[in-house]
Design a protein around this ligand. Sequence first.
Ligand code: NAD
Length: 502
Amino acid sequence: MTTVQAPRSDAASASAETFDSLNPATDEVVGTYPVHTAEQVEAAVARAREAARWWDSLGFDGRAERLRRWKGILARRLTDLCEVVRQETGKPRGDAQLEAVLAIEHVAWATRNARKVLGRQRRSPGLLLSNQAATVEYQPLGVVGVIGPWNYPVYTPLGSISYALAAGNAVVFKPSEYTPGVGKWLADAFAEAVPEQPVLQLVTGFGATGAALTRADVDKIAFTGSTATGKKIMAAAAERLTPVIIEAGGKDPVLVDADADLDAAAEATVWGAFSNSGQTCIGVERVYVHERVHDEFVAKVVERAERVRAGSGPGDQYGPMTMPAQLDVVRRHIADALARGGRALVGGADTVGDRYVQPTVLVDVPEDSLAVREETFGPTVTIAKVTDMDEAVAKANDSAYGLGSTVFSKRRGLELARKLRTGQTAINAPLSFAGIASLPFGGVGDSGFGRIHGPEGLREFARAKSIARQRFTPPLALTTFARTAKTEALVGKLIARLHGRS
Ligand code: NAD
């Protein structure tokens, strides 16, 4: 049996039968997992197909009862779950708890609202077909493949999994190769709550295992990860016309208006940029500040950023980079910014170590440099001065990405938020939309498409089924060869009366 470890070359991983999950703070092996082959993935999907029929047959109440059991296990064993997250990502326990708590809120919301959102609803049949009773209901798709990333290994995949399950689907979940243990923990907890059928199964491995899931007989793929992988997944899914949700990367901006609460804006910027080592899809990467408050705001950010430290000690605010390859990206973005006239007010070229990256605050960085245009996914932030908020909106929107954004403004918060080309915007607080289970979440442009969370997230995992039931024979029979010239004339007159006057 061959086992591979990080850093993992594609050639080595292609033939390995198992792989090790490492603690990124120590390189200690914390678990060994199978590299599932395409055949094994297809077998899991076939089992899921059976399980999906049973899960669907339980109805909303039967599923809700079991999902509540699962939620109870997640909540009771929170400490245990957070320890697995900490081991595989290196993040502080408090951050692990934050993502797990938000994920549990999503399981609860999806469970509580599935019937209301997806159950049968009456629709108006319209005047011409008033003899019909029209209803729509949202039926499960069948089997959903969920492919997840490592940065929030509980919150992110559960944003798809819990909604797919609540909508009546079986799920085959392929977690990131960096966090297979978290995936296994979640699936094991589910199997304990729902022992009858394999409604949530786990497949582990590298990109090839994810690719096999994409090509398998699934009814939808919900992918969260990088834009580059999202494009590959969409191309592969096209072969079977399998629909996809793509939750990809971001380059999220913060806008700071002249009347903003600068302390709150600086605090949000520092936390949004550096927490989780900047490895947050909706993390703060760029800030545009009104010129009237620019210098004061920058001073407040610098003062706070200087107190933030990466490390794995008790006083450190964030941990190591989870994926070693990301260190090079961060190094390249900082070097490019500095080479092109940018200045590091905090950190700089030397902040990128072997595991940890200390905070970097950059100013005077040209808008066409890597640190402004590409996703850095590290603890760095650029701050730029703008003459007014129209310029801030234009610069924020001049990005291929469009995931999240934040506005700090007392008077114009809503107006500015609505102008930003992103899936979601927080006003006067950092990332607040991510914790509100009823709000849909998703991207624009290179950040992907489709929505998880909220009613829209439930409907992503269901198909609308329309039913028209005839209640009585229509006075004007239109869909028959027995239709008369008189009926046609009457309908023509009726339509002219109804719609012809405007
Ligand atoms: P990644 O694209 O490298 O990997 C994501 C998953 O895809 C992993 O499970 C991986 O094994 C799998 N995969 C790789 N190649 C594949 C292929 N050809 N076919 C099918 N599956 C394949 O991303 P990552 O490094 O794990 O995650 C970081 C990225 O995720 C960042 O860009 C971040 O912004 C993004 N992200 C987005 C959201 C969101 O909600 N929009 C949330 C979290 C993270």
